[in-house]
Each structure stands twice: as structure tokens, then as C-alpha cells.
Design a protein around this ligand. Structure first.
Ligand code: ARG
Length: 286
């Protein structure tokens, strides 16, 4: 029996194996969209003239909730409040690291009562609440990547809030300026995949911010305009499973190629309010 030497040598045409990813159990806060509707317009996605279907919104939100439970997450719920139709977008309710909850102070009057409502929940649930001085919309504009906080500004959170966050948490805060009104919160333009990897939409940022992103994350996933246009970046990862908009097909492919496990959900009804998966999810880090 002769040994086939050729087949024993490494074959360069074989793609390198994707890295092994490890899921980390997440604890999150969500708000059921019992009072969801679109009656004002504070972002380009919202059109009060278009009908909304609250029961469909609830059913779609329920599939996101069930997906998180299926992934083993610890999911907490805050009671929705009648008259606050955007309260379902829990990501905007604050920013929580190290058991410290930095409260939100919303840009538009329509959402301002949500700030105290979320702070009450944080306090009642054992978090150390810090009342905000500066305008900020919580995890919509603050994303933790490893030990670094990426902070958005341009449409909602004031850049002064970035300094406030830096002094509260004592971590590096990197300011990124958003320029496209359709991607008005940082979590619509950047997805955090794990402690070192992100995905983003280059056209959503001004030139200096884009230069920072390119330098810090040379291996980032760059999503297509098409995927971004259905808020495909507005996703939530546990380091392995990445819950994304089911329609973001190219993003799904790129995630799979890199060893992540994309899990698609359809939140089309909540897209009418300008939000997706991540917007409905506030991470609670104790
Ligand atoms: N209608 C809400 C607003 O414009 C949507 C918030 C989406 N949330 C998010 N984290 N991007 O404020």
C-alpha cells in the first residue's frame, strides 16, 4: 500500500476554519409593546399616517422574548405604560454596567417620562441609579465592547453625556458621530458581536469617526446598505448566537462565515417605530 503524499500535504485552497465562539449568558430587560403604536414622528422610520397593529407587535416581540429564553438568557420585564408607545425600545431606558444604572434623559418630550419609569425599575431591582444631567438615550447610544464604551452622538445623546458616562464608569469612552438621520442611534449603525468584534455601516458616520472605527476594528464586519436599511445591524449577541433581523441575509452569511450562529427574528411591526432587536433589549450587567 503506497501512501498518497499529495493528499497528506496541506491544501491551500481550503478556507481557514472559522474561530470557535463561546456564548456568555446574558441578563436583559425588556418591555412588552402592549401600548405600541406610531402617533408622532421623531425619526424618519415613523409615519403616523401608516396603520400599526399592536397585537402583531406583541406577537413578534414575544418571539424575540422566547428566543432569548431559548438561548438561556435571564430576561426581566418592566411594565409598559399606557401613553408611552415607544417604551418597548428598552435599550433607550438607561445604560447598566457594574450594577450601576445611568438613567436616560430623552431628547424628545414624547419619550421623556420613560426616563424616570426606567430609573424606578432600576432602583427597585437593586441597581445603583445615577440620575443623568445630560441628554442621553441609554444603550441606544452607548455600547460596551470589551472594556471600551462606544458612544454615539449627532441626533440624540449629547456629547456631554459621553463625559458623564466616562466619569461614572471610569472606562475609555470613544465618541462616534452619526450623520444619517435613518441611523440616529448608535445601535442602528453598530452591532457588538463580542468583547473584540463589531459590525457596522460605514456611511452612517462622519469621516473622523469612520477613521477611528477602521483603525480600532480592522476586521469588523461591514454590512450592506440593504441590510442596514431594515435595521439589520440592530442585533444582539451573546458572543456566539447573534439575534438579527431575519431579512438581513448578507449579514447572516457574514456572521456564519466568522463562526457565529445568526438567529433570525421578524420584528417588522416594531420597525414602523424605527427599532429592531437591539432596541427592544437593555443589557443588565451586574
Ligand atoms: N421610536 C423610537 C425613537 O425614535 C425608536 C427607538 C429605537 N431604539 C434604539 N435603541 N435604536 O426614539
Amino acid at each position: 500500500v503506497s501512501l498518497d503524499v499529495a493528499s497528506a500535504t496541506p491544501n491551500e485552497s481550503v478556507a481557514p476554519a472559522a474561530p470557535t465562539r463561546t456564548p456568555v449568558k446574558r441578563t436583559v430587560l425588556m418591555c412588552k409593546p402592549d401600548y405600541f403604536t406610531v402617533v408622532y414622528r421623531i425619526n424618519p422610520w415613523m409615519d403616523p399616517a401608516l396603520p400599526t397593529d399592536t397585537s402583531l407587535a406583541v406577537a413578534q416581540w414575544q418571539t424575540l422574548y422566547d428566543t432569548y429564553i431559548g438561548l438561556g438568557f435571564d430576561v426581566h420585564l418592566i411594565d409598559p405604560i399606557d401613553g408611552l408607545p415607544d417604551m418597548v425600545y428598552a435599550a433607550n431606558g438607561g445604560f447598566v454596567i457594574d450594577g450601576i444604572a445611568y438613567g436616560a434623559k430623552f431628547t424628545y418630550p414624547q419619550r421623556q417620562p420613560e426616563g424616570p419609569a426606567y430609573m424606578d425599575w432600576f432602583g427597585a431591582n437593586g441597581l445603583d441609579v445615577r440620575e443623568p444631567v445630560e441628554i442621553n438615550e441609554g444603550e441606544g447610544d452607548f455600547l460596551l465592547v470589551g472594556d471600551v464604551i462606544l458612544a454615539g452622538t449627532g441626533f440624540r445623546s449629547a456629547s456631554n453625556s459621553h463625559e458623564e458616562v466616562s466619569s461614572i464608569y471610569g472606562r475609555p469612552v470613544i465618541t462616534l458621530t452619526l450623520v444619517n438621520p435613518s441611523f440616529y442611534h448608535l445601535d442602528t449603525a453598530v452591532a457588538v458581536l463580542d468583547d473584540t468584534n463589531i459590525a457596522y455601516l460605514p456611511s452612517a458616520f462622519d469621516a473622523p469617526s469612520l477613521a477611528i472605527l477602521r483603525e480600532r476594528y480592522p476586521d469588523a464586519i461591514i454590512v450592506t446598505e440593504e441590510d442596514a436599511a431594515i435595521l439589520g445591524l440592530n442585533s444582539y449577541s451573546d458572543g456566539y448566537n447573534v439575534v438579527i433581523a431575519a431579512r438581513a441575509k448578507d449579514f447572516e452569511r457574514q456572521l456564519r462565515e466568522r463562526g457565529y450562529n445568526p438567529v433570525g427574528v421578524d420584528l417588522s411591526e416594531l420597525l414602523l417605530g424605527g427599532g429592531g432587536v437591539k432596541c427592544c433589549t437593555l443589557e443588565l450587567r451586574r
